[in-house]
Design a protein around this ligand. Sequence first.
Ligand SMILES: Nc1ncnc2c1ncn2[C@@H]1O[C@H](COP(=O)(O)OP(=O)(O)OP(=O)(O)O)[C@@H](O)[C@H]1O
Ligand SMILES: [Mg+2]
Length: 359
Amino acid sequence: MSATPDSTSPAIELVGIEKAYGQAPAVRHLDLTIAQGEFFSLLGPSGCGKTTTLRMMAGFEFPDAGSIRLDGHDVTEVPAHRRQVNLVFQKYELFPHMTVRRNVGYGLKVRRVPRAEIDDRVDEMLETVGVGAFADRRADQLSGGQQQRVALARALVNRPRALLLDEPLSALDVKLRKRMQLELKSIQERLGTTFVYVTHDQEEALLMSDRIGIMNDGRLLQVGTPREIYGTPADPFVADFVGELNAFEVEVRKVGGRVSGVVDGSPVDVPSSASTGKRWRIAVRPERMEVGPAGRKDALHGRVTELNYLGHTLQYSVETAVGELVVRAGAGDVEREPGSAVSIWWAADAVIDLGEATP
Ligand SMILES: Nc1ncnc2c1ncn2[C@@H]1O[C@H](COP(=O)(O)OP(=O)(O)OP(=O)(O)O)[C@@H](O)[C@H]1O
Ligand SMILES: [Mg+2]
């Protein structure tokens, strides 16, 4: 029953895709290859072109230039109903008065699949997504989370080669959303179906994806594993959009024979690309910064302006020579009250390179 890839080609390939609405470009020269069985997320701010990209993969929208291949076959001109992909929307669009079973079996019935086969496939899929117990209930008698599962079953029962999901969890409350994220991921792993998942929620993308593509203003800025995207962002926009960031400028100088960034009289590590005599922009994530007693050598010095207790972490705001920095420490650490003088430091590999500072 799983959608075993029958092809050694990538599941989805977009080559040089361009799409404009009137004069306004929505997607600009986009190249992307998604592997068989991959959980791939498109992440970016509102209006960056995620839905447009997904709708072109589905065949509901056609590119102005470029080509699209599914399982190695060119489908650029092929309409949605003749592509082996299914799209799940944010609004589930179930038939409210039909039972769950009939909702899920509807597409197979339209395609004149034999009755016995429909029953088997529907039952199996209802179990897979965890709504077997509600099979005979009407769709409008289900909670939001249950309806989302039914919508998922209705798409997966067609055994699509790829499932495209456009912000499918955004209507759910935070707790249910978190549970559905883990469940969706585990369903995807069990079935082995390629998932392309659109979201503007960075935590969701980091949690669920094998790889993430970050979009902004119609462009794909970086594609990588969650670790790569978070740890080595390729670009200031990516660095800032995914996770929190303390970004600041340092003066690059030779200190004791080593190229260092100098702030507040102290040397700090800089990326190997930084050259002496320049000003460089670097960034460090809040959880990679350490906070300790004042007076430490080779550290930034500052004063705590705020301390917030977040349950599992302590979050400090610290006023320093490079501006206000956010630092997170374990909740078991010594608490440093507002007003305390502190030192801040970090490991060399915590430094994110944002390139030469523009004057
Ligand atoms: N049918 C349309 N006609 C005209 N412009 C459109 C159409 N659909 C999208 N656009 C424009 O194309 C750009 C990309 O839209 P798209 O829906 O792909 O963004 P998105 O990344 O999915 O955003 P969101 O996170 O808000 O859903 C936007 O500027 C949008 O206004
Ligand atoms: Mg959208």
